[in-house]
Each structure stands twice: as structure tokens, then as C-alpha cells.
Write a protein that binds this ligand. Structure first.
Ligand code: TXE
Length: 499
């Protein structure tokens, strides 16, 4: 167990001590609502800050600020090169404040400071700069048309991309900064305004980043943050009549609620929802690659990753070797607070989520499932769950079908690859999958047959700004990332000119 912890920056303590409000019209401001929400440190169970619990009136103020900024074209009216330059400056400021943001993220979310530095800040910077570059690549097409009337008339026609308007971004708690910026950046690159709502559990980093956006030169009203509950603040935001698009990452249940509300106004939605992601290990796979890749794929961020591998189907000849390899790896993981850089497994995000994950394990224990557990967290109030392998779980257990979103992975023996494929696809989800083999023909066959938005070969959970990502089936709709990312944040306008 690791105990040495990094020292907190003075700027982090100062930020925690503030009376946080909302961020509207380019400045922090008090909420009308007097209700407050507490932010807890998952490593200690101690309160570290409070934030505003915004009311529908607060949300309306933020959306109207974004709406005014959009209709007077104070951002969309700038040249693409101008927007790109400002967004790159924004990325530079996030980089300069990287350690402060990483520490805030670890304090509110619980994850390792090493992961906060590498992912929440490092990867976010890659995505920010990639998306800034898309600003100057927005383009339409010229199209030959065959309109026969009036006889002899000639036409020129083309399409142009226009920003959709005011976007609502709803952010979960597993990667608050990175996923938040996956909503902010395409909106800003396309010329939209945005009102973003972080999770009530992890609201701090986006409040800080909004200040850096203003410092970078993003005009007032273009980037607003409201904090508050999903049921009141989130629902008021996503159903506001001036919202043109909702970008949501979270649970399938809430995603469906948002889609139903959006149907009334025909608001566009991108939904990135849960997963129960399979990995198929064929008998010729390299065991060292499998252990290394699927330990990270399953336990990164305590398994609180929508793309995480949570069901591993292993062809019989390799099963015993891999179970003992995984057992050794799991038992070697150090468990401790995120502020301790050498602890690989850290607390889960909240008391409620920790209890929820524990219910899956309690059911498995009660029904005599074979569990292999790693180290326990330090004694005290932290929200720890030991990393756990579940060997050949009974199909009736909840953890065989439902998203656990914790440090728990199923290892299942299959007689052959066809059985693995059938089990892998037997789920309502379709976010990610992987196949592990040294046979290129089998690998390519499985990339075709696995029903998932992303299929990896000999790796899992590795994403890139230039590679589209999103779900099939009940894992969502729409794609983020890639060269066509901004299409989802733009309308296509057709222009037709007679001459
Ligand atoms: O999600 P919610 P929760 C999965 C994971 C987890 C489960 C529940 O399995 O155990 O979801 O997590 C806001 N209108 N994922 O309860 O409720 C809410 O305030 C508008 C997968 O935290 O979906 C928060 O900002 N917004 C996942 C966000 O939605 C609403 C990441 C997500 O909360 C709302 C997180 C409403 N009616 C959890 N209700 C992934 N795909 O990565 C809530 N919200």
C-alpha cells in the first residue's frame, strides 16, 4: 500500500476555498438558487468544496447569454483562422495550468495523479489542438444540379457548413475535464456557443477551465458553465427551447430520457452511453500482450471507463495460463489515494457509486461465484473496492450483463472462438470490443463480426482524436472525433443560384 502523497499547489487550495458560482457571460457569477452541493474527496470522504445547485432560472440566464453571443455572431463571425489561433492559445493556457487542473481532478474524482496528468490534461491537450485545427478545414462542396426549369436556365449550387447554434453539453464524472472538452472544443471550433453542465460529483475543473477560455480571448457568453443536479439543472438545460444540440455522455437510462425530451423539439443529440465490452482471446494470442493490454483495458481509472473491457472470453487451451497471469497481475496492483503517484488502483468516485459496485460483488459472493481479489484500500473513509477477477460467472448474475463501471472483470472459458463471438455479441450494448490473436485473417474476420463502434486487435481502450468513437445498439448514437467531427455541430445549408 502506498502512502506518500504529492504536495498540493497553493493555487489549488485557493480555488477550493472559493465560493463557487456559475460561469456566465465571460465571468464567474452567483447563482440565484441558494442551494449548494458538496464536493467530496473520494480518498478521505471529506468535503473539499461546495458549488451552486443551479435552478431553471439560472440555466435560462446561461442559455440566453449563449444565445445572444450566437445571434450577434461575436464568435461565429470571426475568421476561421482567428478562431483557430484563439483555441490554440486556450490549449496553451490549459497546458500552463496543467498541474493545477490535474490536482483538482484527482481531488474531486479520486483517480491517480499520474492518470490526471497523462489523460485529463495530456490527452485533453491533444484533442484541443486537433480540434482547433479543424476550425480552418470547415468546407462545403460545389454540386452540379439538373434542374430543367425554366427551359435553358443555368444554375450554380453549393453547400456550406454553418454552426448549429447553442449547444448543451452534459458531462459525466469519470473523466470530467477530458470528456468536458470533447464537448466544448467541437462546439467552439464549429462557431457554436455552449452551456456545459459538469456532473454534480465533479464540477471543479470545468469551472476553472472556463476562466482560461476567457483569458485566451473566447468572447463573453460563448462558453458558459452551470453546475447542479441532473434532474433539475440538467433537465432544464437539455429541454431549453434555444438549445440546438445536446451532446451527452452518461448512462443509457439518462441518455434515453434526453432523447425523448429532444424528440419534442427535434433537437439534435449525440449520445455516448454505457458499454459491457467484450474481449475475445484466441488460443494463439500472445499471453504477455493479453495481460498487459487487458489489465489496463479493465482497471484503468478503477474500471470507470465506458470503453473498458469487462468480459474476457478465452479459448480453452489458454484459459488456465491466463487466469494465473491475471491473478498475479491483480494481486500486484497497489491500492491507495490518487495523490499517491505509485498507487494504480484508487478510490471510486463517490460513496453512492462505491456502494453500487459493491452490490454486484455481494450478489456474486452470495451465489458462490469464484472471485479473485487484489489488495484492499487503506483503512479509513475512502471509497475503495479491491480489483477483482470473476472466474466463469453464472449467466444469471447481474455482473455478466450489466455495466459495473468498477474494478471488476469477468474471465470466461469458451470451447472455441465461435462460442466467444456469440457470447460477445449477446448484449444490448455495442460500444467497444477487442480480439487477441496473431492470425491476421481471424483478426480481420472478427473486426467485421463484432457488433461494436470500435474494435481493436491486440489492444483495448486506446482512442485517438483522429479516429471516430461512439456506440452501436444501446451504447448511443452519433460519433465523436475524426476529420468529420464538426459535421455533427454544423448544419449543411444548400445554396442554388440561377444565372
Ligand atoms: O449517470 P447519469 P450516473 C454509467 C455507469 C454508471 C451509471 C450511472 O454505468 O454506473 O452510468 O451513473 C446528468 N437531464 N456511466 O448516475 O445520471 C448528470 O447530472 C439532463 C457511463 O452518474 O447519466 C451528469 O452530469 N442531465 C458513462 C450526467 O447526466 C442529466 C459515464 C451523467 O449522469 C439528467 C458515467 C437529466 N434528466 C456513467 N439526469 C460513460 N458513458 O462514460 C442526470 N443528468
Amino acid at each position: 500500500m502506498s502512502t506518500s502523497q504529492i504536495a498540493l499547489l497553493a493555487s489549488v487550495q485557493q480555488f477550493l476555498d472559493r465560493q463557487h458560482g456559475l460561469y456566465i457571460d465571460g465571468a464567474p457569477c452567483a447563482a440565484q438558487s441558494e442551494n449548494r452541493l458538496t464536493v467530496w474527496d473520494p480518498a478521505t470522504g471529506q468535503a473539499i468544496a461546495t458549488t451552486a445547485d443551479a435552478s431553471p432560472a439560472d440555466v435560462d440566464r446561461a442559455v440566453m447569454s449563449a444565445w445572444r453571443a450566437f445571434v450577434d455572431r461575436r464568435w461565429a463571425g470571426r475568421t476561421p483562422a482567428d478562431r483557430e489561433r484563439i483555441l490554440l492559445r486556450f490549449a496553451d493556457l490549459v497546458e500552463q495550468h496543467g498541474e493545477e487542473l490535474a490536482q483538482l481532478e484527482t481531488l474531486e474524482q479520486g483517480k491517480s495523479i499520474a492518470i490526471s496528468r497523462a489523460f485529463e490534461v495530456g490527452c485533453t491537450l491533444n484533442w484541443m489542438r486537433y480540434t482547433a485545427g479543424l476550425t480552418t478545414k470547415i468546407s462545403g462542396r460545389t454540386l452540379d444540379v439538373s434542374i430543367p426549369f425554366p427551359q435553358g436556365a443555368r444554375y450554380q449550387a453549393w453547400t456550406k457548413k454553418e454552426p448549429v447554434g447553442v449547444v448543451a453539453g452534459i458531462v459525466p464524472w469519470n473523466f470530467p475535464l477530458m470528456i468536458g472538452m470533447w464537448k466544448v472544443m467541437p462546439a467552439l471550433a464549429a462557431g457554436c456557443s455552449i452551456v456545459i453542465k459538469p456532473s454534480e460529483t465533479t464540477p471543479l475543473t470545468l469551472l476553472r477551465v472556463a476562466e482560461l477560455a476567457s483569458e485566451a480571448g473566447i468572447p463573453d457568453g460563448v462558453f458558459n458553465v452551470v453546475t447542479g443536479s441532473g434532474a433539475v439543472c440538467g433537465a432544464a438545460l437539455t429541454s431549453h427551447p434555444h438549445i440546438a444540440k445536446v451532446s451527452f455522455t452518461g448512462s443509457t437510462a439518462t441518455g434515453k430520457q434526453i432523447a425523448r425530451a429532444a424528440a419534442d423539439t427535434l433537437t439534435g443529440v449525440t449520445l455516448e452511453l454505457g458499454g459491457k465490452n467484450p474481449a475475445i482471446v484466441l488460443k494463439d494470442a500472445d499471453p504477455a500482450w493479453v495481460i498487459e493490454g487487458l489489465m489496463t483495458g479493465s482497471f484503468l481509472n478503477q474500471g470507470q471507463v465506458c470503453a473498458a473491457s469487462s468480459r474476457i472470453y478465452i479459448e480453452a487451451p489458454l484459459f488456465d495460463t491466463l487466469v494465473s497471469g491475471f491473478e498475479q497481475a491483480v494481486k500486484s496492483l497497489s491500492v491507495g489515494p490518487g495523490m499517491s503517484p505509485e498507487a494504480f488502483i484508487n478510490p471510486l468516485v463517490s460513496r453512492a457509486h462505491c456502494d453500487k459496485v459493491q452490490t454486484f460483488l455481494d450478489e456474486a459472493t452470495a451465489r458462490n461465484a469464484e472471485l479473485i481479489t487484489g489488495n484492499r484500500g487503506p483503512d479509513g473513509k475512502g471509497y475503495y473496492v479491491s480489483p477483482t477477477l470473476v472466474v466463469n460467472p453464472d449467466a444469471a448474475l447481474r455482473l455478466t450483463r450489466e455495466e459495473v463501471f468498477g474494478p471488476v472483470v469477468n474471465l470466461v472459458r469458451v470451447s472455441d472462438a465461435e462460442e466467444a463471438l456469440q457470447l460477445a455479441n449477446d448484449t444490448e450494448y455495442g460500444l467497444t470490443a477487442s480480439v487477441w490473436t496473431q492470425n491476421i485473417s481471424r483478426a480481420l474476420e472478427y473486426t467485421d463480426r463484432l457488433q461494436a463502434g470500435t474494435v481493436w486487435v491486440n489492444s483495448h481502450t486506446l482512442i485517438d482524436a483522429n479516429l471516430p468513437f461512439g456506440g452501436m445498439k444501446q451504447s448511443g448514437t452519433g460519433r465523436d472525433f475524426g476529420p468529420d467531427w464538426l459535421d455533427g455541430w454544423c448544419e449543411t445549408k444548400s445554396v442554388c443560384v440561377r444565372y
